[in-house]
Design a protein. Structure first.
Length: 374
């Protein structure tokens, strides 16, 4: 017994002597942002989820996968995926389920309580577009599967709603869903309508759509561009070296204004234009061989790129950051994370969603906070 107390005293003394070294503010190799209030600005990525539980032997309620995320303001946002449809009113820290598990692919908002939701059925030419005007309590089917057969992307802003149909027709509305027009071309995967979309002199707005089917005989990536809100279109050719890059349906598209934009490609490649697609520069995430599946930039070139990280046996980097428009990149998140969608109001107000790859995957919410240390 006496030896036990001697050992216990020695253990306590040793712990106290090395306490400062053990608690030096480093967590998994990174300095914790609030540690000792040093005068620096640090990025802090909060890794959260929507609150799923359990998982083994069919027990619990696993929120398995999030496909898309959208915020109306800094507090109110929505996200959707196979685990359900969710809403937050505290900036993404906690989430309430609005709809049960399903094939929910894309989501957007045109008001604090006005939510648009796109449902698809894997392997089937069926999709539905829903609208809730009461914050997700009740839902109305706006476009049904009798008319809508694809679910490749969704854009919502003000009165403008676009549903991109993949290998089927796409539809858009300029009056908040009261009437719809059909786009005849197919093989469309991603849409980007820049932030200055209402500033066109002719009263229209600029639309970019990433496509990869010119005809049934010809398949290669190119852009469709409209300067008048979808009434007329022009084809924008991409450099020949893009033609050998596969998986166009996994690529990403982001225009920060009507002239400056990026296309996320295969093998860590990113195409950049600053003249509305007339010329392109190929930029590379060094050391990355994954598809670039999500992009976000601000007007001065600060941005993020999420890359495919699905293989649970070979997990790699998941999210990169740039300060120079994509000329150089640095990894900011890696490991058990797959990010599918990025939404931001600015480089210090970023949210992302996805999944945590594993045998029983849970969903993933990432919040970027800039902390001023004083």
């Amino acid at each position: 017994m006496k030896k036990f107390f001697v050992f216990l005293f020695f253990l306590i003394l040793t712990t106290s002597l090395f306490a400062e070294d053990i608690g030096d503010g480093r967590w998994q190799g990174y300095e914790y942002p609030l540690y000792k209030g040093k005068e620096k600005v640090k990025t802090n990525y909060l890794i959260l989820d929507t609150g799923g539980s359990g998982g083994g032997f069919g027990q619990g309620d696993v929120h398995s996968h999030l496909n898309d995320i959208y915020f109306w303001d800094e507090n109110t946002g929505v996200s959707c995926g196979y685990g359900g449809v969710f809403r937050t009113d505290d900036g993404g820290f906690t989430w309430k389920r609005l709809r049960e598990k399903g094939s929910w692919y894309y989501i957007g908002m045109t008001g604090k309580d006005e939510i648009w939701l796109l449902e698809g059925f894997h392997g089937q030419p069926r999709a539905n577009l829903y609208l809730s005007k009461d914050g997700g309590k009740t839902w109305e089917k706006i476009l049904s599967e009798e008319k809508l057969h694809g679910w490749a992307d969704l854009f919502c802003s003000g009165d403008i709603i676009w549903v991109i149909g993949g290998d089927f027709s796409s539809f858009y509305s300029n009056d908040r869903g009261k009437t719809w027009k059909e786009i005849g071309f197919w093989g469309s995967h991603k849409i980007s309508i820049p932030g200055d979309y209402m500033s066109s002199n002719d009263g229209g707005y600029t639309v970019y759509i990433l496509c990869d089917h010119r005809s049934k005989e010809t398949q290669k990536p190119y852009l469709k561009k409209s300067k008048d809100g979808g009434n007329t279109w022009e084809n924008i050719e991409l450099p020949e070296e893009f033609n050998n890059m596969k998986s166009a349906h996994r690529w990403s598209l982001f225009f920060v204004d009507s002239m400056k934009g990026w296309i996320g490609l295969s093998e860590g490649n990113i195409a950049y234009t600053e003249d509305g697609g007339k010329t392109w520069e190929l930029r590379k995430i060094e050391g990355c061989n994954q598809d670039v599946v999500a992009l976000w930039f601000d007007k001065i070139g600060r941005g993020f790129a999420a890359v495919g990280n699905w293989d649970i046996n070979h997990l790699k980097d998941a999210l990169y950051m740039t300060d120079d428009g994509g000329k150089t990149w640095r990894s900011v998140l890696s490991g058990q994370k797959q990010i599918n969608s990025i939404f931001g109001f600015g480089p210090d107000k970023i949210w992302a969603c996805g999944t945590q790859p594993s045998l029983i995957p849970n969903d993933l919410i990432v919040i970027l906070k800039i902390v001023n240390e004083k």
